[in-house]
Design a protein around this ligand. Structure first.
Ligand code: T6T
Length: 335
């Protein structure tokens, strides 16, 4: 599959995996000309706070570890926190309390595209620079930069890979977190639009598990009962991938029902190795974290900031997992 080149030289990761090639980072226009690179002075001594989607999620742990290291290298004070679960009512108090501390910069993965915008606008109006990392909000006035994977492209990659695994026939179901999340909504859009190109594959209505693996496990089992011809599953993120793997194992359908899942946290890697999952679309959360610190540092130093940045993804299969250039995309459960 071809990949788009970005105007600004960026990390290029092109891997022909067993089933799919890789989407490449795309960089939208800068808010002014030229790449920022890492800002020089002006950032040391500043304070950045980070609020992730779910604190225990290896995707966000990997992002936080990288951001922490980049902030340290620039002499920036860094603090990180995150929701205990994917819920607006849990994340909003975190945002408000961090806002009250008036950090110079806030890196945040909002758990909803609309509900948290008033809190974020209030923080921004008090002078805190906001970097939206991974997820974003609909209101384009929020944030000086938005950094994420090309999630719609990732959904397309998953659809092509899964269709191939299924022999382009049978029923497929999408299980994701909940509606109103910019990233997983984009993945579902990319997946379903791409899957429409395969007339032999019927896409069942999407199910949502609230980011709970146990829910995904039971949903996949009830889907199997209702659709014995189920041939494939697209799992929209880590916890869903974990839950689908558990549910298929419990139903004795490992390897029979093919699975393409987003992300590459340790449990998903285990399921890939034992044949319960077939394709993982891994993101580069470390690059998201590093770039966000760099863009905030550039802003602190009065240098140009890139309004949006795309980071790379790689399609991991059992066949390419041991390639060091692929294995480096596996997420961490601790720094
Ligand atoms: O897939 C990632 C992230 O990109 C998404 O926004 C939410 O779920 C994850 O954190 C994985 O659990």
């Amino acid at each position: 599959m071809s990949s788009t080149t970005s105007p600004t030289p960026r990390k290029r990761a092109l891997f022909a995996a067993a089933t799919v090639a890789l989407a490449l980072a795309t960089t939208a226009s800068c808010s002014s000309s030229g790449s920022t690179g890492s800002a020089g002075g002006g950032a040391a001594g500043k304070k950045i706070a980070m609020i992730t989607g779910v604190k225990s999620d290896p995707f966000y742990i990997t992002m936080t570890c990288a951001a922490q290291a980049e902030a340290k290298a620039k002499g920036i004070t860094f603090t990180a926190d995150g929701s205990a679960q994917w819920d607006v009512s849990v994340q909003r108090p975190l945002i408000d309390s961090v806002g009250a501390s008036h950090p110079d910069g806030l890196m945040i993965s909002p758990v909803d595209t609309e509900a948290l915008t008033p809190s974020l606008k209030q923080i921004q109006s008090s002078g805190t620079k906001i970097a939206l990392v991974d997820t974003s909000v609909t209101d384009s006035s929020v944030g000086i930069t938005r950094i994420s994977s090309d999630n719609e492209k990732g959904g397309q990659v998953a659809a092509d890979a899964l269709a191939k695994q299924m022999g382009e026939k049978g029923s497929v179901i999408v299980i994701s977190v909940k509606p109103g999340i910019s990233t997983t909504d984009a993945r579902i859009k990319g997946f379903t639009e791409e899957m429409a190109k395969y007339p032999g594959i019927k896409v069942l209505p999407t199910l949502y598990d609230n980011d709970l693996p146990a829910t995904a496990a039971s949903q996949i089992q009830s889907t199997l009962a209702a659709h014995p011809d189920l041939g494939g599953v697209f799992a929209g993120n880590t916890n869903t991938g974990q839950g689908v793997a558990t549910g298929l194992a419990q139903a004795g359908k490992q390897g029979v029902v093919k699975v393409a899942a987003f992300d590459a946290e340790p449990d998903e890697i285990t399921a890939l190795k034992n044949g319960t999952l077939q394709v993982l679309v891994a993101q580069d959360p470390a690059a998201i974290g590093t770039e966000a610190v760099d863009q905030l540092a550039a802003s602190f130093a009065g240098k140009p900031v890139q309004a949006s940045l795309g980071t790379t993804m790689v399609a991991i299969t059992k066949d390419n997992l041991n390639d060091p250039q692929v294995a480096k995309y596996v997420y961490k459960a601790a720094c």
